[in-house]
Design a protein around this ligand. Structure first.
Ligand code: ADP
Ligand code: ZN
Length: 619
């Protein structure tokens, strides 16, 4: 075994078949392979896994032994380890899915220092039994590195707080000389500070990547008939593609899955109320079959590393930008074009505000949550570049992106200040006159001068503001109310039938000091955004291929499907679509030609090279 550390770039090429490191990967790998501690903040899809896998391989080759990877999701360890095996790396996992004998066998190999990467959940890592095994490895100099994945789980500010993560400080206390790398896609300052403090990473070097995911197109539409809007979006732009549709409630998830199925879309539900084996089966199908759409609550997704998810849709608004960014980040990990699409409306604002108000948390916590919600609402209301705002939230300056709805179709903006003042003064007068508050529907009726039963019942046609906004449509007024609530110039009292209440912020709008800018509500004709029709016959990745190339691509995919089934692994673990598309384009006739293609490392060349050449020549 060579004692010199092999250059990380050589490992990248030899094992993973990639030409170059991405962004800060090279610096991270170098630092950690040399024994430094690191905290890595990188967006979903940025390439975090290689940041610890390559140091693990390099350090194992240099005789340092085993890297322990702490990962919260046992359901995914199997595929992660499978992918490493495919690349020829000695990896294993320890979790409750193994039988006693299997676990013993893994432990034996680990204790001999043979395993390069050992995956385990935090609750296992911190058991006395496991720690005793680590002690033994450590005494013999065979405990190489700790990689703590999804490190934001340590923070209560994150969306995936897992108390077991707090116990991981034992690793540092017990094995101070063993380097640690913690990784997360959550980058806000509070969570970052919490990770540093909770995991005692004060001396770790911080690596912050750009959070931009340029291949993702952000679109936020006004919610009118959300299900019909979703169907139009999928049918016109993502026929046959894999995607995720996030909904707030379990009931909604079930409904959406059924509706999509009834429109011929292969959709499945996923939420915490389903039996564990149904959940697992649905997740497996999403990962393994092609073109499955998962309707899900946020229970679905952490650690889903399927690279070819072509869209993430939100039918309900998430709690904050971190959640939104993490969820949308599950689209397009392979770097190919992908969509993040959200339908957003008045009810979302009301619901999210109410959930915070009614939560049992203390005031300080609620204050932070409200601040985070406000930032997301500002993004949803924005009429300028979405990406500039998203990146700005993560502390990055950028220029308008050209790949979001507002850049591609700059919205018509109208001045809603006058409408806002009319709405607010009506709310004020109604409260004065009747001594109680009313909801949005009734207030809009008064402003528009509609003679309803309720108007008559309360004598509201006698108000001086009755009918002062007859020129506005209900859609316009609804938009104004939504923005007033979103910006805090109006509050909704969830304890009292969602009635509207004036706030401190109302005054400035009433006086005309705060302008209210609104997007003209337009609905784009379906399919106007992208060349239609391309997706079904040929996914984006293969669109540029000739007819012969298409035939080779199809044949390669069929072959890959068989191999994946035989190995009980998702297809992308064998080869990514992009790799198959490159092979199809190049039509290599020799192993040497095949070797240069991105995604084909030495082990895969050996294992599959001859087969691939045969499939290519027969197609
Ligand atoms: P993350 O964990 O940050 O979400 P992954 O580690 O799953 O991201 O990587 C995302 C995808 O990018 C994976 O399919 C991976 O194989 C690929 N990838 C990572 N680094 C590189 C690289 N340097 N060159 C090419 N592909 C890469
Ligand atoms: Zn933009």
């Amino acid at each position: 075994m060579p004692s010199a550390r092999p250059a990380p770039a050589a490992i990248l090429h030899e094992i993973f078949g990639y030409e170059q490191f991405r962004g800060p990967q090279a610096a991270i790998v170098e630092h950690v392979a040399a024994g430094g501690d690191a905290l890595v903040l990188m967006p979903t899809g940025g390439g975090k896994s290689l940041c610890y896998q390559i140091p693990a391989i390099a350090r194992q080759r240099a005789g340092h032994g085993v890297t322990v990877v702490v990962s919260p999701l046992i359901a995914l360890m199997h595929d992660q380890v499978g992918a490493l095996h495919e690349a020829g790396v000695d990896a294993a996992f320890l979790n409750s899915t193994l039988s006693g004998d299997q676990a013993n066998a893994v432990e034996k190999r680990m204790l001999r220092g043979e395993v390069t990467l050992l995956y385990a959940a935090p609750e296992r890592v911190t058991t006395p039994r496991f720690l005793a095994q680590l002690d033994s490895l450590h005494e013999r100099g065979k405990l190489s590195l700790f990689a703590i994945d999804e490190a934001h789980c340590v923070s209560q500010w994150g969306h995936d707080f897992r108390p077991e993560y707090r116990a991981l400080t034992v690793l540092h206390e017990r094995y101070a000389s063993v380097p640690r790398i913690a990784l997360t896609a959550t980058a806000d300052a509070i969570t970052r500070g919490d990770i540093v403090e909770r995991l005692q990473l004060e001396r770790a070097r911080l690596f912050v990547s750009s959070f931009d995911r340029p291949n993702i197109r952000y679109t936020i539409v006004e919610k009118k008939e959300p299900v019909a809007q979703l169907l139009r979006f999928i049918e016109s732009e993502h026929e046959g593609d894999a995607g995720i549709v996030y909904c707030q409630t379990r009931k909604r998830v079930e409904e959406i899955a059924l509706t999509l199925c009834s429109h011929g879309i292969a959709a499945l539900p996923y939420h915490a109320g389903l039996d564990a084996d149904v959940r697992q089966a649905n997740q497996d199908r999403f990962l393994r079959d092609e073109g499955v759409v998962m309707a899900a609550t946020i229970a679905f997704g952490m650690g889903i590393d399927k690279p070819d998810v072509r869209f993430v849709a939100h039918l309900d608004m998430p709690k904050n930008i971190e959640g939104y960014y993490q969820e949308t980040g599950r689209a397009g990990r392979d770097g190919l074009p992908a969509d993040a699409w959200m339908a957003y409306g008045l009810q979302d604002v009301v619901n999210q505000r109410r959930m915070i108000d009614e939560s049992p948390a203390d005031e300080e916590f609620k204050r932070v949550m409200r601040g985070k919600l406000d930032a997301l609402l500002a993004l949803a209301e924005a009429t300028d570049c979405r990406r500039v705002r998203l990146l700005g939230y993560f502390g990055e300056d950028s220029q308008p992106c050209g790949n979001c709805d507002n850049c591609l179709h700059p919205p018509q903006v109208w001045d809603g200040t006058d409408a806002a003042r009319k709405l607010l003064s009506t709310i004020y007068r109604v409260q004065q006159q009747s001594g109680i508050s009313f909801g949005a529907g009734h207030v809009m009726d008064i402003v528009r001068g509609k003679q309803t039963e309720k108007v008559a019942q309360f004598g509201h046609e006698r108000l001086s503001t009755f009918g002062i906004g007859a020129e506005f449509s209900e859609t316009q007024l609804r938009g104004v109310l939504r923005q007033l609530i979103a910006t805090g110039a109006l509050a909704v009292d969830g304890q009292a039938f969602n009635t509207l209440q004036l706030t401190e912020g109302s005054r400035a709008v009433l006086k005309g000091d705060t302008p209210v800018q609104l997007r003209e509500s337009v609905s784009l004709p379906a399919g106007s955004r992208r060349k239609g029709g391309a997706s079904k016959a040929a996914p984006a990745v293969a669109a540029a291929l000739t007819d012969g190339g298409q035939a080779r691509f199809a044949a390669l995919k069929a072959w890959r499907g068989e191999v994946a089934r035989a190995h009980n692994l998702p297809a992308y673990v064998i080869f990514h679509d992009a790799t198959l598309a490159s092979i199809a384009a190049l039509a290599p006739g020799t192993l040497a030609e095949l070797q240069g293609i991105s995604g084909i490392g030495e082990k895969k060349l050996q294992a599959y090279g001859a087969e691939v050449l045969r499939v290519v020549s027969a197609a």
